[in-house]
Design a protein around this ligand. Structure first.
Ligand code: GLP
Length: 237
């Protein structure tokens, strides 16, 4: 595990985008794993810029997103499919047919898992982290759940994500998410985190015991993972 501390979110975005540029240039048909939330937005902005400048060609890139809310139609303003289209896919030369976001209506978890397996797994996975230490939507639990599955969101996550909805009651209570095993099978992982509200989870994930109560702690067992943090997120290390 490598822990890198940067001065701000923009610097993290440039570093993360450079890692993507390397992987995408290295391999035709590279499979990238993508994340939602506010944290990756500057990275996506940077990827869009590099695509416009001709540095990154997305025409052969295949993407799989971590998760989606259960019950939201693809075009719902808060769906992760819509988020990805608006924040990234609509602005780069990726073939939309090559972009995959779990289907929150069909909830075909086993099929999503199989598709990722069949394509040979994810080459580079981008992760954020929830303030309770969740990755994807894998919430603190008694046991790690390995394959893509349907998860019940914690009150903390519902509170955290309510800002994207009109009110808290509109936040779905369940989601479909790549499992801990799906994430761990990625060949390379970068986790990005910014802000004081991530500091506790980051410290526990990096220095605490590997335990399902802190889902991100499993990353200690991955052989090629980098944490890209700002000073606030790193402040409890
Ligand atoms: C959601 C997503 C996670 C993301 C988390 C943190 O719960 N399912 O993948 O890491 O939000 O979001 P933010 O970056 O907005 O803090």
């Amino acid at each position: 595990m490598q822990v890198l501390v940067y001065k701000d979110a923009e610097t993290i975005a440039r570093a993360a985008a450079a890692i993507f540029a390397g992987e995408i240039t290295r391999k035709d048909g590279v499979v990238i794993g993508l994340a939602t939330g506010s944290t990756p937005v500057p990275t996506y902005r940077e990827l869009i810029r590099l695509n416009r400048e001709g540095v990154i060609d997305f025409s052969k890139v295949i993407s799989y997103n971590l998760d989606e809310y259960v019950g939201l139609q693809h075009d719902h303003p808060c769906s992760y499919r819509r988020f990805m289209n608006e924040q990234l896919f609509d602005h780069i030369n990726i073939d939309k047919a090559n972009t995959h976001v779990p289907d929150g209506i069909a909830c075909n978890a086993a099929e999503y898992e199989q598709e990722i397996k069949d394509i040979g797994g994810v080459d580079l996975q981008l992760l954020g982290i929830g303030s309770d230490g969740h990755i994807g939507f894998n919430e603190p639990a008694d046991e790690f759940v390995y394959p893509t599955n349907i998860v019940k969101l914690t009150d903390q996550t519902i509170d955290d994500n309510a800002r994207f909805f009109n009110n808290r009651d509109e936040v779905p209570k369940t989601a479909i998410s790549m499992g801990i095993g799906t994430i761990m099978s990625a060949k390379r992982i970068i986790l990005i985190a910014t802000g004081k509200n991530k500091a506790r989870a980051i410290a526990a994930a990096i220095n605490g015991p590997v335990a399902p109560a802190m889902p991100a702690s499993i990353l200690q067992m991955h052989q090629n993972v980098q944490f890209l943090l700002d000073e606030d997120a790193a402040s409890e290390l």
